[in-house]
Design a protein around this ligand. Structure first.
Ligand code: 5GP
Ligand code: ZN
Length: 137
């Protein structure tokens, strides 16, 4: 199903142009318009799903298969050995476009793109947190 107000649905149907790098029956990969580095690619399901929380498992698996294929092609086709694969899910996680997409970002020495900075757990906190997550399955 498409969402007529969704930017990436419009890209999936060809209504809005993109620099496509890969397509199959269920997924599409195209260059991000504001790349971290050249070759920064977004992989999306053609079906409208907001993010990880509402993507059906079957579609999720297809997106992940495409992510791996596209990552291999970026590494083979571009002068990059390393890349980050990331997904923003929800506003506070930095999601701006609410159609599920996985970022594949080529990385180079000294490119200035920083990863997250880890915090410390308080004594005993990690096991409490792990327990809460385990109970939620
Ligand atoms: P988010 O923050 O939602 O994970 O990332 C959305 C990404 O979509 C951003 O990296 C942004 O540069 C990219 N983007 C936004 N609008 C367009 C567009 O019209 N075309 C393409 N190719 N990428 C876009
Ligand atoms: Zn959409």
């Amino acid at each position: 199903m498409k969402d007529t107000n969704c930017l990436f649905c419009k890209i999936a149907t060809g209504e809005i142009p993109c620099d496509k790098v890969y397509e199959d029956a269920d997924t599409l990969a195209f260059l991000d318009i504001h790349p971290v580095n050249p070759g920064h690619t977004l992989v999306i399901p053609k079906e409208h799903c907001q993010n990880v929380f509402e993507t059906p498992e079957e579609i999720w698996n297809k997106v992940m298969q495409s992510v791996q294929k596209v990552a291999q092609a970026i590494r083979t086709g571009l002068p990059t050995e390393d890349l980050n694969i990331a997904m923003n899910n929800g506003t506070y996680a930095g999601q701006v476009v609410f159609h599920a997409h996985v970022h594949i970002m080529p990385r180079h020495a000294g490119d200035g793109f920083e990863l997250w900075h880890g915090k410390m757990y308080a004594e005993g906190e990690a096991s409490v947190i792990a327990e809460k997550i385990k109970k939620a399955f």
